[in-house]
Design a protein around this ligand. Structure first.
Ligand SMILES: Nc1ccn([C@H]2C[C@H](O)[C@@H](COP(=O)(O)O)O2)c(=O)n1
Length: 177
């Protein structure tokens, strides 16, 4: 008996259509990575890829290494900002940049949420040349406006991923649009 999932393709003979394309592949990896996040409201995943289509690094939003994340709030609101997740959580893009010692110059970042201005600065400093994002739900926030400015001035190309997304279902954790 095999534990491999059954492969279903529409046209096995047509090599142009019987596999997923690069963007689908890498955005799916970013989406899968997002499911590692313990954030209960927004799980973000990131994959950094070379111009030779090699995965250089992965990341998701989480508390810094060594921090007992059961002792840190995951809340969006609290008595003070210190009682929320925001001052503590490390964003997916920053984690992906820091999770490798490889050279990221000229690479592409696939991320499930448009980067904030702090991550935009790290993306630029790392030499990442292209950002492909899935969601842009904070488009009108000041930090997103600042990100767009920074990317434009630094010559980082950005584009929204409008392709197919996988339905990932682990039962209690799933990804669906
Ligand atoms: N580009 C981004 C934006 C946000 N994050 C993280 C930070 C938080 O854990 C979460 C956002 O939470 P919300 O305010 O939507 O409850 O996503 C990130 O990793 N990358």
């Amino acid at each position: 008996m095999s534990n491999l999932p059954k492969v279903i393709v529409k046209d096995k003979e047509d090599i142009r259509t019987n596999h997923i394309n690069w963007d689908e592949y890498f955005m799916s990896i970013a989406i899968l990575s997002s499911l590692r996040s313990k954030d209960t409201s927004t799980k973000v995943g990131a994959a950094i890829v070379s111009d030779e289509h090699k995965v250089l690094s992965l990341g998701y939003n989480g508390m810094p290494i060594g921090i007992d994340d059961s002792k840190i709030p995951w809340a969006r609101e609290g008595a003070s900002e210190l009682d929320t997740k925001y001052p503590y959580v490390c964003h997916a893009e920053l984690n992906a940049i820091l999770n490798t010692e490889r050279r990221l110059k000229g690479s592409t970042l696939y991320v499930t949420l448009f980067p904030c201005n702090e991550c935009a600065k790290a993306v630029i400093q790392a030499g990442i040349k292209k950002v492909i994002f899935l969601d842009d739900k904070y488009h009108d926030k000041t930090y997103s406006i600042a990100s767009r400015k920074l990317f434009e001035m630094a010559g980082v190309e950005t584009s929204q991923y409008l392709g197919r997304v996988p339905l990932i279902d682990f039962g209690d954790v799933k990804y669906e649009l």
